[in-house]
Design a protein around this ligand. Structure first.
Ligand SMILES: NC(=O)c1ccc[n+]([C@@H]2O[C@H](COP(=O)([O-])OP(=O)(O)OC[C@H]3O[C@@H](n4cnc5c(N)ncnc54)[C@H](OP(=O)(O)O)[C@@H]3O)[C@@H](O)[C@H]2O)c1
Length: 299
């Protein structure tokens, strides 16, 4: 079953699955394929990658699995990213951890991603992190070429400020459709710095990375994490659901149409997140989580 499209510009599933940790899951190729199929069966068709995940290995692990059932390709939307250079064993030519948004790098990165993912096209390409050296005109030329060649259908960004987003958008004919940023009950910054307001204004989908704060929501031991864990536990009990589901419902409640990118490799955890689509969180409960994270009442 496929869930409703986002109300806004992004033609993906309401909840996405991330593959940053794919290497850590230690899956065989057929287990990875099984996991991909389980995602699709749950209606989670938007699958999030980046060239650098797993030291540049995760896209290839995914591609190896997909190779066994290429017909699955058109049932999913692949998001991947470019622009971070990460020194690693598999890329000895990279000596400095930095960013690169020269057209030459963007084009080469997409070609590598396509080869690794064993795909003909990428649904959405994101610029992974903003760089002080980004030249919006040069990026626009690279995007035009990738689109014309049929290698990328849509473009977006990640971790961009509103100004960086607007600058790039000002040079593009087609709209950027995503800004993927950190959003969770432990990461409120982008709820308040104008990022979500700006995305809502322009009907651009926010994708939330690390929606469980990379697991800190369950295991964090600082005061803020403990306050939030206590409220989440109470709300899960009251609503007869799990803490995971309360967190997903909390993100989904936001009017900007946040698409949480889930990070676990356990199908049962993804299934729980999908079930949260039918859990309406009251505004009272939403603000209890907000206040617990802030550590003080709203003004
Ligand atoms: N654009 C960016 O800059 C950026 C940055 C970071 C991530 N991302 C994307 O966002 C995706 C998600 O990030 P993330 O992996 O940090 O997401 P996350 O969902 O916040 O964290 C996943 C971690 O939480 C643990 N976890 C999940 N449910 C749990 C539970 N009920 N109890 C205990 N632990 C639990 C998982 O452990 P188990 O594996 O044991 O379930 C895993 O270690 C990534 O895969 C990537 O696609 C993007």
């Amino acid at each position: 079953m496929r869930h409703q499209y986002h109300p806004l510009g992004f033609d993906g599933s309401r909840i996405a699955q991330g593959f940053w940790r794919l290497q850590e899951w230690n899956m065989t190729s057929s287990e990875t394929l099984g996991f991909i199929e389980a995602c699709l069966d749950l209606g989670v068709t938007t699958l999030d990658h980046a060239d650098i995940y797993g030291g540049y290995q995760c896209e290839a692990l995914f591609g190896e699995a997909l190779k066994h059932k290429p017909a699955l390709r058109d049932k999913m939307e692949i998001v991947t990213k470019c622009g971070i250079l990460l020194p690693s064993e598999s890329r000895p030519e990279i000596r400095v951890h930095r960013y690169d948004y020269r057209a030459e790098h963007i084009l080469a990165s997409v070609d590598r991603s396509l080869a690794n993912l064993q795909c003909e096209y990428i649904d959405t390409l994101l610029l992974h992190r903003p760089s002080p050296l980004m030249d919006a005109d040069e990026i626009a030329q690279a995007f035009d070429l990738l689109f014309t060649l049929g290698k990328v259908k849509h473009f977006g960004v990640s971790n961009f400020t509103t100004h960086q987003f607007d600058l790039l958008q000002s040079r593009l004919d087609a709209p950027l459709i995503v800004n993927q940023v950190e959003l969770s009950p432990l990461a409120l910054q982008h709820f308040e710095d104008g990022t979500l307001d700006h995305l809502q204004q322009h009907a651009v989908t926010p994708m939330a990375w690390s929606p469980f704060a990379g697991g800190e929501l369950f295991s964090g031991s600082n005061e803020k994490a403990k306050r939030v864990q206590m409220v989440l536990g109470e709300l899960a009990q009251q609503n007869n659901c799990t803490v995971d589901q309360i967190v997903v419902a909390w993100l989904l409640r936001h009017p900007s149409g946040i698409c949480p990118v889930m990070g676990s490799g356990k199908v049962e955890r993804l299934a729980m997140a999908v079930d949260a689509l039918s859990i309406p969180l009251s505004d009272d409960d939403w603000f209890r989580i907000w206040v617990a994270s802030k550590g003080q009442p709203v003004p």
